[in-house]
Design a protein around this ligand. Structure first.
Ligand SMILES: Cc1cc2nc3c(=O)[nH]c(=O)nc-3n(C[C@H](O)[C@H](O)[C@H](O)COP(=O)(O)OP(=O)(O)OC[C@H]3O[C@@H](n4cnc5c(N)ncnc54)[C@H](O)[C@@H]3O)c2cc1C
Length: 496
């Protein structure tokens, strides 16, 4: 049986998945329709959890990037009220993330085939046969263990796998573009609400602006209708009550339509076929959510597929991809629809917006929203039968382990550094003995690290999954039966 994973789509999510598989020694083949990256960056934000995730894989290239110019919830400014600035997203164009992930995926052995398209597949219980059409020449087939559809909102993989994509139609019709201008403009139009909808013109770098206009309460124009600069100008005039001069004088690039259709795949798996990223969820692009959530989908899926291919996945592990990530997708759709509800009709929503603007000045509200939007509040269920309540209710259980600095016999080590191999880690914080059954059965899958106890982690024994989430946290150490259950649940039976 083939040990390869075919990934349809070489966007940020497909590339992240290729990195995760490569790290675990699994070969992937990424099929990407575009011969070259377009250079366009739809996403401009990198949230705190995505930064942590890249850091724990040794890709901490973005710490010097500036925070985003404005950050809001439903266009209600949050930025000014966030006490902990590390929660604010950074301004990182999507293309930068894709460039980094593509380079890393190739280093880790991924076979990236650009200018080729997945056109179909057949699966049985032993594998998947994927049909690929290159730009030139005849279609060919690849046999693989699993197919991952990271092929965006219109995902062919999702459709052919028979995965339903229920949700709401778009009730908004918008355009977005980057405008290059040599004029000495000092233009800044923050996202502004108006009777018809919303408009904005934000500098991306000197001489380049991201311009958007969106009308609410109207159906979205079909993608088949090519947008034009004249249409953009006319829509801008309708919303802002004036022309935008750079649309007339500048070079308009990547002109595309946007809407607020919100859809969530009803299952993330169909047999040997998985979907991730926009293939699972689409929504109004607001508060910088899609790419960031998709990267976390790939993080969750990667080590589980690799565990299966490497022969040690416990029964049911692959199904936890849906059970863990679908609820995250639900909250993503919920939070973007909630923001949508704060935008239109402007007369009706103004009192609600004013109330919300007062609420976000409260530290607890801002903190809640930033944790929600940044991905830091994601917590997975870790239920083990008979688990003592002291362990079941431990605040770290199911949460991501914060990237604190640990003091080890060989010097200081950040938690993120311990996760760079993509393997699970058992942290022993103190001098209590390591459980003897670990050496006998799980050391091939779980590393052990001893460090001094730290006030920042209220536990003596912590089992961390390869994705950085805590599968067991014991405040005193020595709860070996629950630890054994956690090891079995996530890493399978002991090898001896
Ligand atoms: C205007 C706008 C602004 C946004 N801003 C943000 C933001 O600030 N923050 C944020 O987090 N998100 C943002 N997003 C969302 C973000 O861009 C997407 O969530 C992200 O690109 C999804 O990544 P993906 O890899 O799942 O899909 P995509 O980026 O769509 O990549 C899918 C890839 O699959 C390829 N493909 C498709 N079909 C096939 C096939 N059959 N065979 C082979 N290849 C195929 C495509 O060519 C494409 O390269 C924004 C979106 C829009 C529209």
């Amino acid at each position: 049986m083939s040990r390869t994973v075919v990934i349809a789509g070489g966007g940020p999510v497909g590339l992240m998945l290729a990195c995760e598989l490569g790290l675990a020694g699994v070969q992937s083949t990424v099929i990407e329709r575009f011969a070259e990256p377009s250079g366009y960056s739809r996403s401009l934000t990198m949230h705190a959890r995505t930064r942590e995730v890249l850091e724990q894989r040794g890709m901490n290239q973005f710490s010097d990037f500036p925070p985003v110019f404005t950050y809001n919830f439903g266009l209600i400014e949050l930025q000014d009220y966030v006490d902990d600035v590390s929660l604010l997203p950074l301004f990182v164009p999507q293309r930068e993330i894709e460039r980094l992930l593509e380079k890393r995926a190739i280093e880790l052995g991924a076979d990236i085939r650009r200018g080729q398209e997945v056109t179909g597949f057949e699966q049985d219980e032993d594998g998947v046969r994927v049909t690929v059409r290159p730009a030139q020449g005849s279609a060919y087939q690849i046999d693989c263990a699993y197919l991952a559809g990271c092929d965006g909102g219109s995902s062919l993989v999702r459709k052919q796998a028979g995965i339903a994509f229920p949700g709401t139609e778009s009730t908004a019709d918008g355009l977005t573009a980057d405008v290059l201008t040599s004029e000495d403009e000092d233009l800044l139009i923050p996202p502004t609400l108006c009777q018809a909808g919303m408009y904005a013109a934000i500098p991306l770098r000197p001489g380049t602006y991201r311009v958007s206009v969106i009308e609410f309460g109207v159906p979205k124009t079909s993608k088949a209708v090519q947008p034009t600069v004249a249409e953009f100008q006319s829509r801008f005039r309708k919303c802002a009550g004036r022309d935008l001069s750079i649309l007339a004088t500048g070079e308009v690039r990547y002109l595309s339509r946007v809407g607020n259709a919100t859809r969530l795949a009803d299952r993330y798996r169909a047999g040997r076929v998985f979907i991730a990223g926009d293939a699972c969820h689409v929504h109004l692009p607001i508060s910088g959510q899609g790419l960031n959530t998709g990267v976390q989908d790939a993080l969750n899926l990667g080590w589980k597929l690799a565990a299966d291919i490497n022969g040690w996945a416990p029964a049911g592990l692959l199904d936890t991809y849906h059970s863990e990530r679908y609820p995250v997708g639900q909250r993503l759709c919920w939070s973007t629809r909630a923001q949508d509800g704060l935008l239109y009709p402007v007369d009706q929503v103004t009192p609600l917006r004013e109330l919300f603007a007062e609420l976000v000045r409260m530290e607890a509200v801002t903190g809640y929203l930033m944790n929600l939007l940044s991905g830091l509040s994601v917590r997975y269920a870790m239920d083990y039968p008979g688990q003592p309540s002291e362990l079941a209710e431990h605040p770290l259980l199911g949460d991501r382990l914060p990237h604190v600095v640990l003091s080890t016999a060989t010097g200081d080590l950040k938690v993120s550094e311990t996760l760079q191999t993509g393997r699970a880690v058992l942290l022993l914080l103190g001098d209590h003995p390591a459980p003897d059954f670990l050496d006998a059965g799980w050391r091939d899958r779980v590393d052990v690290l001893r460090a001094a106890p730290t006030d920042e982690i209220n536990a003596r024994t912590v089992l961390v999954r390869p994705d950085g989430y805590v599968a067991h946290a014991d405040p005193v150490g020595g709860r070996d039966e629950t630890l054994r259950q956690a090891l079995r649940t996530w890493f399978g039976e002991p090898s001896r």
